[in-house]
Design a protein around this ligand. Structure first.
Ligand code: ADP
Ligand code: MG
Length: 449
């Protein structure tokens, strides 16, 4: 049974958890193929889509089905038959290689792609990375290791990297990777079936316990009690525990205080949003790992993506990279800035349409009680020259025009704007009066509609 209104409902609900861009680009193109049955089957336009959605959104989709339709069924994604011959399948064959293992020693499979080698280390994740790698080398006794931060910043990747590395170095180790949510489900099911004993066995008979997104257990008192029990037993027998969460233990609402005190007792490290340079490095690494080399990503394009994507989530940044690669492969087009702009609309920072070079000129002129024509004139009196430089600086800051474009607004030689902007930038470091003026002008700009 096709049921697209159900899918639209699900998308509506997901709006509270995902950005509009993610929904439009990755989830809207899916359809429900069968709803009555186990598993529920969704169709994706090509293999590429399927892999990306499975890796990034499937747990959330499953949860939404369950919470809102009461469906206990699993959810599978298949490629829609009409598109089976899709060209992209061939062009992106690298991405399709097996990324998960069905090894039965894991509660949930580890993603083989999430390794230390594939992880780009930068200031945003340096400590988290160091803490994870020191677990492997046995240089730390941090227990539990608690990694926290916003979505899409590499927590799950690091956790899988720990699991993958342990598995390789210590094949005898019993590793259990699960999520807070899966733990809740497992517990509830075990209770219902009166199988609490085997539940306990499953979680105690291990050497390394990896629990991703542990915040999900909060507010569920019986589950928290059981988690506390599991945790304490593993801890007492010196088994390594690694947890991730979207926030620090004290900020998790309705978390049993006994748990938050346990969670804070080991080593806590956070991951923060990557800098532009880190974003560039991550995009480059991703292109290399996924072998997205059949279409050329120039350094300019990579810098453009790092600078202009509105989300700081690495997941979204890589999703956008993958998207333009796929589209360029299908159309066999070069990846240019225009191409990216056209196809990544939802992902890009919205420029404030009401702001224009003209409105910035007017505002600056008015502040200095000058006319716009004064700013554009050749007059080099001190006030006019300063106001002109400030206007150039603001146009660059707010509209990201090139220096040549800015110079031409003032009918100047192409490097004029570059010098003016640099001068203001330098001056701002020490001149508080100038800083005040600029902040005031920036505030006024916010009021322009
Ligand atoms: P989180 O669990 O924090 O929400 P994930 O670990 O799922 O985030 O990361 C989202 C995506 O971004 C994954 O595809 C992951 O491989 C990638 N990623 C995140 N940080 C990095 C990094 N520093 N280097 C390489 N890839 C990264
Ligand atoms: Mg995660």
């Amino acid at each position: 049974m096709k049921d697209n209104s159900t899918w639209l409902n699900i998308l509506d609900i997901l709006k509270s958890e995902l950005t509009e861009a993610e929904i439009n680009q990755w989830l809207s193109p899916l359809n429900i193929k069968t709803l009555n049955g186990n598993p529920v089957i969704l169709t994706a336009p090509n293999k590429f889509f399927k892999t990306w959605v499975e890796e990034n959104y499937l747990p959330l989709i499953k949860k939404t089905f369950k919470d809102n339709l009461g469906l206990r069924s699993d959810v599978d994604i298949v490629i829609s038959i009409e598109n089976k011959d899709d060209q992209t399948i061939r062009t992106v064959s690298q991405v399709e290689r097996n990324t998960t293992t069905t090894d039965t020693t894991f509660d949930l499979p580890l993603n083989k792609r999430f390794t230390f080698d594939n992880f780009v280390v930068g200031t945003s994740n340096r400590y988290a990375h160091a803490a994870c790698s020191s677990l492997i080398s046995g240089k730390t006794t941090a227990n539990p290791l608690y990694i926290y931060g916003d979505v899409g910043l590499g927590k799950t990747h690091l956790m899988h990297a720990v699991g993958n590395e342990f598995k390789e170095r210590f094949p005898k180790y019993r590793i259990l990777y699960t999520t807070g949510e899966s733990f809740v489900n497992d517990f509830v099911t075990s209770m219902r079936l009166s199988k609490l004993d085997s539940f306990k066995q499953r979680y105690l008979n291990i050497d390394l316990f990896l629990c991703d997104d542990v915040q999900f257990i909060a507010g569920k008192s019986r589950t928290m009690e059981e988690f506390f029990f599991t945790f304490s037993q593993l801890y007492a027998t010196q088994k390594q525990i690694v947890l991730t969460s979207n926030t620090s233990p004290n900020n998790i609402k309705e978390l049993d205080p006994r748990l938050s005190s346990r969670f804070t007792s080991g080593l806590m490290v956070d991951v923060s949003t990557p800098s532009v340079e880190e974003k560039e490095a991550i995009i480059k690494k991703y292109i290399e790992i996924e072998d997205l080399t059949s279409q050329r990503f120039s350094d300019d394009i990579i810098r453009y993506l790092a600078n202009n994507l509105k989300s700081d989530s690495t997941r979204e940044i890589l999703g956008a990279t993958l998207r333009i690669f796929t589209l360029a492969s299908i159309d066999n087009e070069d990846i240019t800035i225009q191409f990216a702009e056209k196809h990544l609309k939802d992902f890009l920072m919205k420029r404030d349409k009401s702001l224009s070079p003209d409105s910035i000129l007017e505002l600056t002129a008015k502040y200095y009680q000058l006319k716009v024509s004064d700013l554009k004139s050749k007059n080099r009196s001190k006030t006019i020259a300063l106001a002109r430089s400030i206007a150039m600086y603001l146009i660059r800051e707010k509209l990201s025009l090139s220096y040549t474009e800015i110079s031409s607004i003032f009918s100047r030689d192409h490097s004029t704007a570059l010098h003016a902007v640099n001068k203001i930038t330098d001056e701002l470091l020490s001149n508080h009066e100038l800083e005040g003026t600029i902040n005031l002008l920036l505030d006024k700009m916010k009021l322009i509609n």
